[in-house]
Design a protein around this ligand. Sequence first.
Ligand code: 8YV
Length: 316
Amino acid sequence: MTRVLVTRPLPERVLEAARAQFDLEVRESTAPMDGTEMRAALALYDGVLPTLGDRFSEEVFAEVETPRCRILANFGVGYNHIDVAAARARGVTVTNTPGAVTDATADIGMMLILTSCRRASEGERLLRAGAWEGWHPTQLLGLHVTGKRLGVVGFGRIGQAIARRAHLGFGMEIAYANRSEKQAEVPATRMALLDLAAWADVLVVALPGGAETRHMIGAEVFAAMPAHARFVNIARGDIVDEAALIDALRSGEIAGAGLDVYEREPEVPRALTEMEQVTLLPHLGTAALEVREAMGHMAVENLAAFFAGRAVPNTV
Ligand code: 8YV
């Protein structure tokens, strides 16, 4: 029977589906695998279902002469933790789970847009600290969201799903920066990144991570943004130069931020946790049971198709 390793505990229904088809091993730890574990995974299993944080780098592949593993079926759409070229060079297929994550991630994006504009985190902290002295007309005045301009950096599935929510639900005007022109469901204008930054009241990042997009959002982008603007990242932390973001928030170059991802997760700079004008979430993008089940089933289906010799739906 085909030996498959699942690198973290997953929802039970996903494991059941996988157990029905494979000789399944589930690693019990919730922490990413270390180098030794990853090398063993490549050497001892026919297929691996890894996830965020399991860094299958060139070095890891280089240390396993003949991997038994022929497929890494990633749990998640983002696969910047896997060196796809290194995998391919050793005949290892890599798959991901697009589609399954889109709506949930866009929901978190919309939530951070609302939270950072309306200062909800600040309000809750104040209340919990027992510091709320009662309603008054100028308390915690935020930025009205309806009708404002939303700039979306990266206009793929998730970027467009955020735009749809923002436009249809909140009457926001949409523009985007993207390598190519996109036909979206809602009216949206393509702009160069710095023009978009200068135009938008809220700038949201929805790009894939990896070497190509590393630090694409830095000091220049923040300097171009208006002082009342908010910055939201639901994509990958290393797309943003976090030190430049901290400077921009500190100096008042921008008014606030809503973040779900960080450059060195789970490390979050103390400068951010100490700032009132930021909302910080622990990478909750797809954290809903139905969504994690859908992602898991998709990854299991990729494995099943691969080992049955069928066309693999989500090869990257
Ligand atoms: C996942 C994500 O939960 O799908 C992605 O790329 O960022 C997430 O929301 C996580 O990456 C699982 O691998």
